[in-house]
Design a protein around this ligand. Structure first.
Ligand code: IVH
Length: 652
């Protein structure tokens, strides 16, 4: 390969990575991508001096950083003023109107992402600086870490010099599968961006939304966002336009209602004056713009009595102390249980049974005990039991580990936990197999390990409480149907510690049968992207144990297929995207093409508008193409796709 071919390859891989990570619309298979990637790595290994700064290999830096250089922001990153209720919001809008001498501003309302503020600098379209906000004037130069963010382009669609600002965060779904111990996604994001080893940062799978473009010469904030998005940068699309206080309030309520649905944590809504000329006229106080404010969502805290501390045994055997509370309403929900996390936490907070404690529910998180409000002479210290409360086996604990474990695999609490996990929707998806059924089957000793559920008879089911013939037959049918569930769902369902949904999928992609999986070595597992030491270790110890082999035998005897289902993972490639078809396609009728889109999670629109994502163009298209091009010129981001690309996408 000659250097110019190498640079073309860099470009090509970056385009494919963008299609995959940002657009959710891969243009080539993972396999083909890996081949190209390998070619690139080969060239770089032989020509180390020629490695381009934008090469995808440079995203996962393997160089350790020695502390961070500081970075002087060319212009200050202000913070935001806060309002905490509707009166304060009204006062903000009044101040804006007064500041504009009665001229009427419009407003945008958008979610306030709870992450870490960053500034990015692009030179001739290339990412050259990524820095944390720091104190607003000086931040830390974390460019290598920023480059690990897969949804962030290293090169923009236009060769411009510019600064954009935004928020780095970790998706809730990713946070759940992180091996690292962080209290919440915000801490995890902040801790990850300030990692000295970028390969650790890469494993945390950070994400980013840009919410500001500096000096973009657009008339309004919403146009700025569209222009930023048109450059290829990720922008949160949930921005609502408002013309009055009552509309702003409605928009805020809308965001509060959607809070749990977002895959990122938010801690409020940001209200901004939309017209850039009005923003300039209003200007800044020492700390914050006068043209914007944050409406902070309440984290309601309530005092209640801690009646008891109970131990819950999870499916992996970890013992978690749970606060049993005098029932109390917190942000509209009755709360009688709250997590105390672990013994260290109880010690740190000085919690005793009988105390009055402060409880809070932040967002969608499980309620937690924040601190002791009032302790009493009669309050009692809590000790971790020496024996498992479920099976009486001796509890294990190692110095330096905050966790306590029950290591008895047959412990009923663990079996119940594992079973609930196995039958859950994301795993084997066995309809009608609820907690009540699980409890009864385990308590009666009919089920002692996961495979046992396939040996439960109709008679045994009918003997259970509240079980009629129809329900029993439905359950047997659901069990039968589950036997053909895919290998990755089966593996995930086994509940192997640290092996989440995604890890299971990644393993199955490379080792697509049970036989291959049973033969896998640690080295081979560690070769897989995103499979670290902890996952590999836990996976192998589990699947190579004699108990597991016995369990597997019984699954297979019961008729479990556990086969790899090709294409399962990318079946919703058009999810959330809108399509419109124009002209005559050669391989599909209009209806067939529409069905292919809908099958993959896409929607069909009836006309070209800025809400359109993809215009699929066949032979002899009409005026729609011209209209889409025009809209793109004024900030829309409609992808104009030909039939061959469409065909390639749906064949993946
Ligand atoms: S605008 C001049 N928009 O909130 C306006 N900030 O408390 C600057 N934040 O440090 C901020 N989501 O990092 C804006 N959609 C959003 C935001 C947002 C999160 C953060 C931002 C800032 C902090 C202020």
């Amino acid at each position: 390969m000659i250097p110019s071919e190498y640079l073309d390859l860099v470009k090509k891989l970056n385009t494919h990575a963008h299609a995959y990570y940002s657009l959710d619309a891969p243009e080539i298979s993972d396999f083909d991508y890996d081949i190209l990637y390998k070619k690139l790595v080969d060239f770089e290994e032989n020509n180390p001096a020629k490695v381009d700064a934008l090469s995808p290999t440079q995203r996962v830096g393997d160089k350790l950083l020695e502390g961070f250089e500081s970075f002087q922001h060319p212009s200050k990153l202000p913070s935001l003023s806060n309002v905490f209720n509707d009166e304060e919001l009204e006062a903000f809008v009044e101040r804006v109107e007064k500041g504009l001498n009665g001229k009427k501003a419009t407003f945008t309302v958008e979610p306030k992402i709870d992450g870490l503020a960053i500034a990015l600098h692009y030179k001739e379209g290339r990412l050259v600086v990524g820095a944390t906000r720091g104190d607003g004037s000086r931040g830390e130069l974390v460019t290598s870490n920023i480059k690990t963010i897969k949804s962030l382009p290293l090169i923009l669609n236009k060769a411009v010099d510019m600064e954009v600002r935004g928020e780095v965060f970790i998706r809730k779904s990713v946070f759940k599968s992180l091996e690292a111990d962080f209290a919440n996604p915000r801490n995890a994001a902040a801790g990850s961006i300030r990692q000295l080893d970028p390969s650790v940062t890469a494993k945390r799978r950070l994400d980013v939304f840009l919410y500001q473009g500096i000096g973009m010469n657009e008339p309004t904030h919403d146009r700025v966002l569209r222009a930023v998005s048109a450059l290829g940068l990720p922008v949160n699309k949930d921005v609502l336009m408002c013309v009055s206080v009552s509309e702003i309030k409605k928009a805020i309520r809308h965001i509060i209602e959607k809070r749990d649905d977002y895959d990122w944590e938010i801690d409020g809504a940001v209200i901004k004056v939309n017209e850039c000329a009005y923003q300039d006229a209003l200007g800044y106080t020492i700390k914050a713009p006068r043209w914007a404010t944050a409406y902070k969502f309440p984290t309601e805290q309530v005092v209640t009595r801690l009646n008891d501390i109970e131990i819950q045994v999870g499916r992996t055997g970890v013992l978690t102390p749970v606060a049993k509370l005098e029932p109390v309403r917190v942000t509209g929900v009755m709360v009688s249980n709250a997590t105390l996390h672990n013994m260290d936490e109880i010690g740190r907070k000085g919690v005793k049974i009988g105390d009055d404690v402060v409880v809070q529910r932040a967002g969608e998180v499980i309620p937690e005990v924040v601190r002791v409000e009032q302790t009493y002479e009669t309050s009692e210290l809590f000790f971790m039991p020496l024996d498992c409360p479920s099976c009486s086996a001796t509890v294990h604990h190692e110095d330096g580990d905050v966790r306590y474990y029950c290591v008895n695999m047959m412990c009923p609490a663990q079996v119940k936990g594992r079973l609930e996990h196995f039958v859950a929707r994301k795993a084997m998806d066995i309809d009608g197999f609820g907690k009540q059924l699980v409890d009864q089957l385990v308590d009666l000793g009919l089920v002692q390990d996961l495979a046992d559920i396939y040996y439960v008879t109709r008679e045994q089911l009918l003997d259970l409480d509240r079980m009629g013939e129809t329900s029993a037959d439905n359950i047997l049918k659901a069990l039968e149907d589950s036997k053909t569930k895919s290998l990755s769902k089966f593996l995930f369902g086994l509940g192997i510690p640290f092996v989440g949904e995604r890890s299971a999928e990644i393993i199955v992609e490379s080792f697509p049968s049970l036989d291959k999986i049973l033969m896998v070595s640690k080295e081979k597992l560690l070769d897989l992207y995103d499979i670290g030491d902890t996952i590999a270790e836990s996976f192998l110890t589990t699947i190579q144990s004699p108990e597991f082999i016995r369990l597997l035998r019984r699954f297979l005897d019961a008729g479990i297929k556990a086969e790899h289902v090709e294409g399962e993972i990318e079946s919703d490639i058009f999810s959330g995207q809108t399509f419109l078809i124009t002209g005559t396609l050669s391989q599909f009728s209009r209806t067939q093409a529409q069905d292919e889109v809908k099958k993959r999670g896409g929607k069909i629109l009836s006309s070209v508008s800025k809400n359109l994502d993809v215009l699929l163009v066949g032979d002899k298209p009409g005026s729609k193409v011209g209209k889409a091009v025009k809209l793109n010129e004024s900030g829309a981001t409609i992808q104009i796709m030909d039939e061959s690309l469409f065909e390639a996408l749906i064949k993946e």
